[in-house]
Design a protein around this ligand. Sequence first.
Ligand code: HEC
Ligand code: HEC
Length: 276
Amino acid sequence: MATSSQGKELLLKSLLVLTALLMAAPLADAADLEAGRAKVATVCAACHGAAGVSVSDTIPNLAAQRAGYIEAQLKALKEGTRKNPIMNAIAAQLSAEDIANVAAFFATQPGAAAAAKSAFLPNLAKSGVTFPESYKTTFTKYHTINFPATKQVRYYYANGAALQAAKGDQPLPNGSVLFAEVYSAKLDADKKPLTGGDGFFVPDQLLFYTAMAREAGWGKDIPEMLRNEDWNYAAFSTAKEQRPVNQAECFACHKPLDKTSFTFTLKQLTDVAKTK
Ligand code: HEC
Ligand code: HEC
């Protein structure tokens, strides 16, 4: 039977244990600001800026945002209950610890003026893709897509290396080039796109080109969370000059397609390749 002094001792011990637990809990949970800063500098900075001031009008600033809100959004983006093709691909690769760390880091950054913007990260702005001068004669046109929302029609081309691999059901190798012409659609009197006999919008003006291509070593300067093996991405003006693009966005959206050579239209390419 416990004496009253034993009872007191037990109570004191329990209190000590409880106090230790209460003090340890916040320590174990405490975010690692340095780890947060490092993750942001290599990955998130490509779009949100190294100090949470984003690189474009379509990407939110995170500087001075509340840590709890950032964590909740990243969890929702990771689980897919909040949908965004770019951020779903990124958040899926973050651990609970990463989420706590980056959230705490952004929360410590001072808010910025509305017009402030960060520059693209140089390693993500620089693309190895050059304009394929002879695509009209040497590439194969394998697909066409109407874009009703933007009133555009796009034509997709592939070079020999990509076509050859697709024909043999092989992953697209280094040396592959996929290329798209983007045209505005001809509009009728009601400003609706005119459809031609082939079921596609009738092209009006060439607007720009987009491309993805891969060569050995092109992935080496790209952080692992964004890298798609050796693929690089580019956009070209009608004068065939590279337009500045933030490849981070291209990488993130194409990243989940690692089973199909990071290519959305691989099936169409394969179907056409097998007829050749
Ligand atoms: C390729 C560009 C890109 C990269 C890299 C990127 N983000 Fe984002 N992020 C976006 C875009 C675009 C949105 C807006 C999504 C939307 O409209 O729903 C966004 C939204 C968010 C949001 C929600 C903000 C809000 O106001 O609701 C959080 C939080 C976030 N990103 C955190 C991160 C973190 C942390 C990283 C790095 C691990 C990161 N992002 C990397 C493009 C990017
Ligand atoms: C929001 C997601 C998203 C982003 C960001 C994105 N793409 Fe794509 N991309 C697609 C989808 C979806 C397709 C399938 C065909 C289509 O809709 O044009 C595609 C197709 C392509 C293709 C044809 C080959 C293929 O994968 O089917 C090229 C080339 C391409 N994109 C280049 C780019 C470049 C360059 C960038 C960055 C400037 C970029 N993409 C950014 C979603 C995206």
